[in-house]
Design a protein around this ligand. Structure first.
Ligand SMILES: [Zn+2]
Length: 70
């Protein structure tokens, strides 16, 4: 048996950026470029929660209770 050649295919679904098959050298991406793209997205906040929940009652929250202090 040869444990040296451990070909563990961890590629599941492929590159998260472009969907291409992941390479051992650049996993979990297909290439170093996609890795940097992913990093750039993180830095730019592209990975923020899509469609952040905006409180519907926030606009009417401070409406009317502004002149009740005098
Ligand atoms: Zn890719």
């Amino acid at each position: 048996m040869g444990t040296v050649a451990s070909m563990r295919t961890k590629a599941k679904g492929g590159c998260p950026i472009c969907g291409k098959p992941v390479t051992e050298a650049h996993k979990p991406f297909c290439s170093v470029r996609c890795g940097q793209i992913d990093l750039g997205r993180w830095l730019n906040g592209t990975y923020a929660i899509p469609g952040e929940p905006v409180a519907p009652g926030e606009s009417s929250k401070s409406a009317g209770e502004d002149e009740s202090e005098s």
